[in-house]
Ligand binder design. Structure first.
Ligand SMILES: [Zn+2]
Length: 689
């Protein structure tokens, strides 16, 4: 088989917190499946990653915890690296951007571009926190996203819509250090003039990768390019990061998104030096296929900014594909490190020991490949119990038990195949190509379901042929049946390796075959070229269960944990929504707020939320439509005194004219409550001021 060289990178995790299932589903599990598959099919693979230790999130977290940034990165680098290893992510190298090889590589990269005249120097006004005496960029600033209106957008990017910004673009910016409204102060920086790369990006992405990049990635790139690209500062006024290595760079560091992707190159160098290889072909040979696995929030950096840097550099190859995934949610809510709304990998590994493959499988089968998806513990349990245990595990267990029971663990020889046997063997031989095609098109979800279909095929074959009945009357036929079933089992042992590496290892031990990638082992393509993967006379070992059932109480424990997190967040979230813009006294006097009594209430037909209420306002009796039906039953509110905004312009809701508004607020559980005058009765029509 012709082998190809691949450089596969997985997004560098920030060392400001541990890894959670969102990271795994979006980046690391698909990247690992891809790398394992390519190695199994005989390719030359460098699978590269490392910790990103220069984000401003690091000194921020250090400040919060009262320790040094170095302590933060050492702690999380350790936790992250270890949890990846324990989870079977098969990086060839996991480096860190604080390593000196990276500082040198990134510095040299910057100097090369500087000397080639690829930067523009500009003195601009940047946001400055007078109280902290510090320039504010990136995560030191939050404000409103000019594109989507998200109010917590960071100074370099809005995590809600993925758009990249400069801090000065944000509406109502505020310092995350002091909360102050920043002033502006002049400072000099180096900019990468992205506008110069527009025609290159147009040709390379919009024309060159129209058909092979995922629509979500292509679409985002197109919208940025069409919006027009602007020069982007690649340096910052900070003291944490890689010092700017040129004249005038004192007190400044490289922007983290300039240095981080160069981390892929330094990590490759570190690996090559250790393995006695040459790193250069992995980044310079046009025949090498470079693939970046990332989440959708990193698309702009990997498809627009880093390729422009690579293009400017001149000696380096461009990515062939950037198969970014969408986001994974947890039980209906957005994953969040700061809110602790996550399933943390290191905790999972402790709470579900030996169950790495279950999580790998669930995250793949439900991967957010083309849209955001939801992880639920119920689905996790169901996929384990109904698929891994009931289909895959059950098939292997039956095959191994019956082989021992009837043939003392020896693969029986087959006599003439029936038409059904032939059909099943032909189907088996079709699986490697089908799975390979899905993987090569980055459809890992589909690939994992193909694998499960192979196990289904085996289960159905045994159920149809019923060797346990035939054994009393036709032992020769049972030999053939078990021979065929054992070939399917061997096929599963080979083809499951990219998805379920721990299971593969167990299964190969049971089937008594050499573990890959040892020479002469059962390679991927042997499934369709070999007459028999397990020849007659081959001795199979005693079985062990591949998967165990997950019980309701295990799932309840996890749900309870999340419930506790929710409660803790609510308690901590006493910080309220910031005050709105100041209004004048005249503005206020225009509001006609009055006390009223609800005299009638009924549900709006065909809606869940709306109640139609009649309120005696003291002036008149009027109809108000209110979205409170989920919090109140109509009969419970009749007779209640409420605050009414009486002079709100009438508007029609579902054909009913609403003549005012009943003022409401939310209690701690998110249930609506009336803003009522008091329990003491007040005359209707009394004004509130
Ligand atoms: Zn946005």
């Amino acid at each position: 088989m012709a082998t190809k060289r691949y450089t596969i990178t997985a997004a560098l995790p920030y060392t400001n917190g541990p890894i959670h299932i969102g990271h795994l589903a979006g980046v690391y599990v698909p990247a690992d499946i891809y790398a394992r598959y390519l190695r199994l099919t005989g390719n030359d693979v460098a699978f590269i990653c490392g910790s990103d230790e220069h984000g401003v999130a690091i000194p921020m977290r250090a400040k919060k915890e009262g320790v040094s940034p170095q302590e933060i990165i050492d702690t999380y680098h350790g936790i992250i690296k270890r949890s990846f290893e324990d989870f079977g992510i098969s990086f060839d190298n996991y480096s860190r951007t604080s390593a000196s090889i990276h500082h040198h590589t990134a510095s040299d990269f910057f100097v090369k571009l500087y000397e080639q005249g690829d930067f523009v120097e500009k003195v601009t006004e940047q946001l400055y926190d007078e109280e902290a005496k510090q320039f504010l960029a990136d995560r030191f600033v939050i404000g409103t996203c000019p594109r989507c209106g998200y109010e917590e957008a960071y100074g370099d990017q809005c995590e809600n819509c993925g758009t990249s910004w400069s801090a000065t673009d944000l509406i109502d910016p505020r310092s995350t250090i002091t909360g102050a409204k920043p002033s502006r102060k002049k400072t000099k920086h180096w900019f990468l003039p992205l506008d110069r790369y527009e025609s290159f990006l147009r040709e390379w992405i919009l024309e060159g990768h129209k058909d092979d990049w995922k629509p979500n990635v292509y679409g985002q790139c197109k919208s940025w390019i069409d919006d027009g690209l602007k020069p982007r500062a690649v340096t910052r006024d900070l003291d944490w990061g890689i010092p700017v290595p040129v004249e005038g760079g004192q007190g400044k560091v490289l922007y983290v998104w300039f240095d981080a992707p160069i981390g892929y190159i330094s990590s490759t160098k570190e690996w090559a030096a250790r393995e006695g290889k040459d790193w250069e072909p992995y980044w310079k040979d046009e025949k090498t296929k470079l693939v970046h696995f990332i989440g959708k929030d990193n698309i702009v950096f990997h498809c627009i900014i880093f390729p422009s840097m690579l293009k400017a550099h001149g000696d380096l190859i461009l990515p062939e594909n950037v198969p970014a995934n969408e986001f994974l949610n947890l039980e209906g809510n957005k994953l969040s490190t700061s809110k602790n709304w996550a399933v943390w990998l290191h905790e999972y590994l402790q709470e579900f020991p030996e169950k790495q493959d279950v999580l790998r499988y669930v995250l793949t089968a439900n991967a957010p490949e083309s849209k955001d998806n939801d992880f639920t513990w119920k689905d996790f349990q169901a996929r384990n119990n109904n698929e891994l245990v009931a289909i895959f595990g059950n098939f292997i267990n039956r095959v191994v038990v019956l082989t021992h029971k009837y043939f003392a663990g020896e693969v029986p020889s087959a006599s003439a195949f029936s038409a059904y046997d032939d059909k099943v063997m032909t189907q088996l031989r079709g699986f490697p190509e089908r799975i390979a095609k899905s993987i090569e098109r980055y459809r890992f979800r589909e690939a994992s379901q193909q694998l499960m279909n192979l196990a289904r095929l085996g289960n159905k074959y045994l159920a149809d042929e019923e060797p346990w009945k035939l054994i009393k009357t036709d032992r020769e036929r049972v030999q053939t049946i078990m021979h065929v079933a054992l070939q399917i089992a061997a096929g599963l042992a080979i083809l499951s390796e990219p998805f379920l590496p721990f299971t593969t290892e167990k299964l190969k031990k049971i089937l008594n075959v050499t573990p890959s990638p040892v020479e002469g082992s059962l390679a991927w393509d042997t499934v369709y070229v070999k007459e028999a993967l397990l020849p007659a006379g081959h001795q199979v070992n005693k079985g062990e269960l591949l998967f165990g059932k997950i019980e309701d109480e295990d799932i309840q424990k996890q749900l309870d944990k999340l419930e506790a997190t929710k409660k803790a967040n609510e308690a901590a979230n006493k910080n309220v929504v910031p005050q709105k813009e100041t209004i004048s006294f005249e503005d206020f006097t225009r509001l006609d707020l009055r006390v009223g009594t609800i005299i009638e209430a009924q549900k709006m037909p065909k809606t869940n939320k709306l109640l139609v209420i009649k309120v005696d306002t003291g002036i008149d009796v009027r109809t108000v439509v209110s979205g409170i039906a989920e919090s109140f039953k109509p009969e419970d509110i009749v007779g209640k005194q409420v605050t009414v905004l009486a002079n709100l312009a009438p508007r029609k809701l579902r054909g009913v004219e609403s003549q005012g508004m009943v003022l409401m607020t939310e209690d701690a559980e998110g249930k609506l409550v009336f803003v009522n005058p008091d329990e003491v009765g007040v005359n209707n029509g009394e004004r509130i001021a």
